[in-house]
Design a protein. Structure first.
Length: 301
């Protein structure tokens, strides 16, 4: 199946392009940039999805575009909803009209983080922030407008490119001897590379005309951890490769003046995606080891 990637320059979009190369299917993947199509413009979306339908037939649309600046979203409400709600609405409506399928990426921020057990796809949503509200609105728009859809909730995405927590603390460790990181936010760190592989597998399965597993799924990393634990793991791995590391100082969310509230504990259960697609959770520790090993190889060349 041909795959159209919206948001191709973000972490997930770039990981998808690389995953396609690794799987020798680059010729079937079409990155669509903002300059080519602004998803907040319904006419632009309809035009391009109609064109791809006539050229390629039925395609899988992956919407990896989104407003992800969580704190800025609190003040830029209109822009956030335009991207995270209206954009998915336009993609879903045109996908339905022209016979495409749609994978819409969503987030653990649709939950309030008050539940002790992992969140399942059936857990009630209760977003705390503008970002979370906008993503939940995007989910509802997709469900209402496109029958053949997959809403894929994920969390704490990291990679060596784009705006990633892992990349940020590695860069900070090169400049500082101490880093302060929160201990009271618990989640499921997720490798963008692993997420891309999951999306490709889902896309392959969905092309079967008899596929009936449309709906909402969770895909995230394991085991759950705090940002502090993740940072400590990164520093340990940096040290193993003789790369500059830093001491990690624990702190609470109250120590940081953040505009947007975060879920305190938003662990995603991935049982459903395993049952349907045989996709296992992302091993974030293995992914970080691999990425730091590649950094070390470049620096030591």
């Amino acid at each position: 199946m041909n795959i159209l990637i919206f948001g191709a320059k973000g972490q997930v979009g770039m990981a998808l392009i690389l995953a396609a190369q690794n799987n020798n299917i680059s010729s079937s993947v079409y990155p669509i940039g903002h300059a080519e199509c602004d998803i907040t413009n319904s006419e632009a979306v309809e035009k391009i999805l109609k064109e791809y339908r006539s050229k390629l037939g039925r395609c899988m649309i992956v919407n990896a575009a989104g407003w992800t600046q969580v704190d800025d979203a609190e003040e830029r409400v209109k822009e956030t909803f335009e991207t995270n709600w209206r954009g998915p609405l336009h993609l879903a409506q045109s996908a339905e009209k022209y016979g495409h399928d749609l994978i819409q990426l969503s987030t653990d921020y649709v939950f309030d983080g008050m539940q002790e057990s992992p969140y399942t796809e059936e857990s009630p949503v209760n977003p705390l922030s503008i970002y979370g509200l906008s993503k939940e609105a995007g989910e509802r728009a997709v469900r209402a407008s496109c029958n053949r859809h997959i809403i894929l909730r994920t969390s704490w995405i990291f990679s060596l490119y784009g705006k990633s927590f892992i990349r940020k603390i590695i860069e900070l460790a090169e400049k500082k001897d101490e880093l302060t990181v929160v201990t009271d936010q618990i989640g499921s760190p997720t490798s963008a590379s692993d997420l891309a592989d999951a999306i490709l597998r889902i896309s392959s399965t969905c092309q079967n005309d008899f596929f009936q597993g449309w709906g909402t799924y969770h895909y995230a990393g394991a085991p759950s951890a705090s940002w502090y634990e993740v940072a400590c793991f990164v520093m340990t791995e940096l040290s193993k490769h003789n790369l500059k590391s830093a001491k990690v100082i624990p702190a609470t969310s109250a120590d940081f003046k953040m505009k947007a509230p975060r879920p305190a504990k938003s662990i995603l259960s991935c049982n459903k995606i395993y049952r349907q697609f045989s996709i296992q959770e992302s091993d974030w520790k293995a992914a970080i080891r691999k990425e730091i090993k590649s950094i070390a190889a470049e620096k030591h060349d």
